[in-house]
Design a protein around this ligand. Structure first.
Ligand code: HEC
Length: 410
């Protein structure tokens, strides 16, 4: 499916660019807001409540934040919304291209829960819609007036969502759905709350009417939520390169721990912007992440040690795939090829010296798994030919031809 790969490349590229613009703008404005100083008297009289000077790119900038709004509407007012919308739109397109077009390979893992592609996609979309809805409802209850309590409720929502997703989907599929949920909450905050509040403010200024401070305060709250979600969502965006996280038996807990700790680390920077230097927050966050790493990889570090002592992996970790009568001759040849050339890395217990966890969660432990992932298997061995990885296992052209022939029959 080369065209799908190209589509995936362009959309992913765009998504990263848009995401940088969005999160970059978010970081900048949170920093700006937290760094404002009390302005001199003459500025105060103009209604300015925050004053800031900066130097960047060879020029001085003077920024002023109004307590309510300027006296008259400026000719050009910059809004920051397309960064958010285009990030979400491209992210959603990617979810469809990568996970929904190839649901049986990437989203469904029968060892977690067997289901049809349609069911997996329905569950995925329901998780997203349900999560956004619950968050929106919670924001409209008095809970929103107690930031700490709200944080607890919000974490509880993400814990439940993470747990459900990992009980339904492949590890990767589950993680990306939590990322999509967070991204959807963030964009809903912009679209349904921050933008309407700003429109009201702008209309009031244009009509020379007083600006209701509650509008801005509500929008500010959503903006703060988004700020704390930036580091967790960035982790999820890169997590598919790190199967030790999403392949862990308690992968939901690994995800929740990393999300919570990274939001905590974000807190350090928010405090620092307002002049509070709290190294304890940063240090405890970093130590927490180290503990997560130790917890996740400690058993493997120990097996790695023992296997260097015995120099060979334990026999029980070698996977032997079983044949059965319903398999054709060609099927059996492919099974043998995959067993020799792929299983060293792509197995529940890889025997490879470097890859201790199945790369990208791709496992070929048995014939069912091989069949389920046939399109990817054929593509990577006969079209892109980047598998076996660096051809570490010396796969021959004749073997690739056999796989190609088998692929045409699939
Ligand atoms: C030495 C280890 C190793 C061996 C052997 C190996 N792979 Fe891989 N495989 C990897 C790594 C590492 C990645 C992840 C590459 C990346 O991050 O893009 C990968 C990725 C893949 C993917 C892509 C998954 C995705 O979601 O994009 C497929 C499919 C795959 N391998 C199939 C195979 C097949 C088929 C074989 C045997 C012919 C094989 N691999 C042999 C290490 C290996």
């Amino acid at each position: 499916m080369p065209w799908l790969d190209w589509l995936s490349l362009f959309v992913r590229w765009f998504h990263v660019i848009a995401g940088i613009a969005w999160i970059g703008a978010s970081f900048y404005f949170v920093w700006l807001d937290n760094s404002l100083e009390s302005p001199p008297e003459w500025k105060k009289q103009k209604g300015i409540k925050g004053d800031l000077w900066a130097v960047h790119g060879g020029g001085f900038y003077e920024v002023a934040k109004y307590a309510y709004g300027p006296e008259a509407m400026p000719k050009n007012l910059h809004w920051f919304k397309w960064e958010a919308y285009s990030t979400w739109l491209s992210g959603f397109a990617l979810l469809i291209i990568v996970y929904y077009f190839a649901a049986s390979a990437y989203l469904i893992d029968p060892s977690v829960m067997a289901m049809s592609e349609a069911e997996a996609i329905t569950r995925g979309l329901s998780l997203l819609a349900g999560g956004v809805l619950l968050y929106e409802l919670a924001c409209r209850t008095p809970l929103a007036n107690y930031p700490k309590l709200f944080a607890v409720a919000f974490i509880a929502l993400l814990v439940v969502a993470s747990y459900l997703a990992t009980q339904w989907f492949s590890g990767r599929g589950a993680y990306i759905h939590i990322g999509a949920l967070i991204g959807s909450i963030m964009v809903a905050n912009v679209w349904l709350n921050i933008m309407p509040a700003q429109r009201k403010m702008v209309d009031a200024v244009a009509a020379k009417k007083p600006v209701n401070p509650a509008w801005g305060a509500g929008a500010k709250l959503r903006s703060v939520h988004n700020n704390y979600l930036t580091l967790p969502i960035l982790f999820i965006m890169i997590s598919n390169h790190y199967p030790m996280t999403y392949q862990h038996p308690q992968n939901w807990l690994v995800l929740v721990a990393i999300m919570a700790l990274s939001a905590w680390i974000r807190h350090f920077f928010n405090l620092r912007h307002v002049g509070k230097f709290s190294p304890g927050v940063l240090i405890s966050g970093a130590v927490g992440l180290l503990l997560v790493a130790l917890w996740v990889s400690w058993p493997q570090l120990r097996t790695a040690e023992t296997s260097t002592i015995s120099s060979k992996p334990a026999a029980s970790t070698i996977n032997t795939a079983q044949t059965d009568d319903s398999m054709s001759e060609l099927d059996k040849q492919v099974l043998t090829i995959v067993t020799t050339h792929c299983q060293g890395c792509h197995a529940s217990n890889p025997t490879d010296q470097i890859f201790k966890v199945a790369p990208l969660g791709v496992k070929f432990d048995n014939w069912q798994q091989i069949q389920r992932q046939a399109p990817q298997l054929v593509h990577r061995t006969t079209v892109t030919r980047d598998m076996p990885f660096l051809n570490k296992t010396n796969m021959t052209d004749a073997e690739r031809d056999t796989i190609a022939q088998w692929g045409r029959q699939q």
